[in-house]
Design a protein around this ligand. Structure first.
Ligand code: FAD
Length: 240
């Protein structure tokens, strides 16, 4: 098991995208398609891959002029109704670094008892970690926790950590805490979820994302495989 010391942008993305024309903070608003090109806002390309979440891809595809036939509309509607689940992270800052040596501990989740935490990262035990001496508690499928007022959610997680890890090194009082909830963190991977493929009704527009048909739920592996698949489909098509 590998735990990165850097955040994800510094770990992979900055290097991977060093030679790519990246426009951060630029939200694509409109697509237009003709037989020869795809217009992305005001720029013209041979083709495009929409590597956005399902709801954003649906919104963009709906902006293509002439998207009013019932098949396209139905296809876009399925995509835009894809359900999502939240992930919460609670950061706890102790007054003095926790001397526990394990960097990663599993907590016992029991929502009826308000024990929401699943995994605890002890950053003090990860030398050089970007999060210094913080404890971060990660909660997937965090709907129940998200419904609580912020203070109550943080208190519940701190109380769970203290009870369940009481046999480990003593934990000083918490002087700072932060709760971050990503409401649409992952798409809902259930037997009833309809997942599209990378191919769209428009030959010059492809999709990429973890939410498309692959062997995984909403994880990085699925997203990477989908991106590769989409790029290969596009290249095969332009070669043909
Ligand atoms: C808190 C959290 C923890 C996670 N932990 C893990 C984990 O431990 N392991 C794991 O494998 N996965 C984890 N995931 C899931 C993982 O992040 C996703 O599976 C992965 O990021 C999906 O990649 P993607 O390329 O499909 O979509 P995204 O990473 O969501 O990228 C889509 C991009 O499209 C951009 N976009 C949207 N609309 C537009 C527009 N109109 N114009 C331009 N850009 C647009 C968005 O800004 C975004 O950057 C976690 C997710 C969250 C939120």
């Amino acid at each position: 098991m590998l735990i990165p010391k850097k955040d994800m942008s510094r770990l992979w993305l900055e290097k991977a995208l060093a030679d790519v024309d990246v426009r951060l903070g630029q939200r694509v608003q409109k697509l237009n398609i003709s037989n020869d090109y795809v217009r992305v806002d005001n720029e013209v390309f041979d083709a495009c891959i929409l590597a956005t979440p399902a709801y954003a891809a649906a919104r963009l595809l709906a902006t293509i002029d002439g998207t009013n036939d019932s098949t396209s509309q139905q296809w876009i509607a399925t995509m835009s109704h894809m359900a999502h689940r939240p992930i919460a992270t609670v950061y706890l800052e102790p007054a003095s670094p926790w001397q526990e040596t394990q960097p990663l501990l599993m907590l016992h989740e029991n929502r009826q008892q308000h024990d929401y935490g699943q995994w605890l990262f002890n950053h003090h035990a990860i030398p050089g970690s970007f999060a210094r001496s913080l404890l971060s508690v990660v909660i997937s499928d965090a709907e129940a926790l998200s419904a609580l007022p912020r203070e109550q959610a943080i208190t519940a997680v701190e109380s769970q950590v203290r009870r369940q890890l009481a046999s480990r090194a003593p934990l000083d009082k918490i002087v700072n805490a932060e709760l971050i909830i990503e409401k649409r963190a992952t798409f809902e991977a259930s037997p009833f979820t309809t997942r599209a493929t990378e191919i769209t009704p428009w030959p010059s527009v492809f999709l990429a994302g973890d939410w498309l048909q692959n062997e995984y739920p909403g994880v990085l592996e699925g997203a990477v495989r989908s991106g590769l698949k989409s790029a290969r489909l596009l290249l095969a098509q332009s070669a043909a």
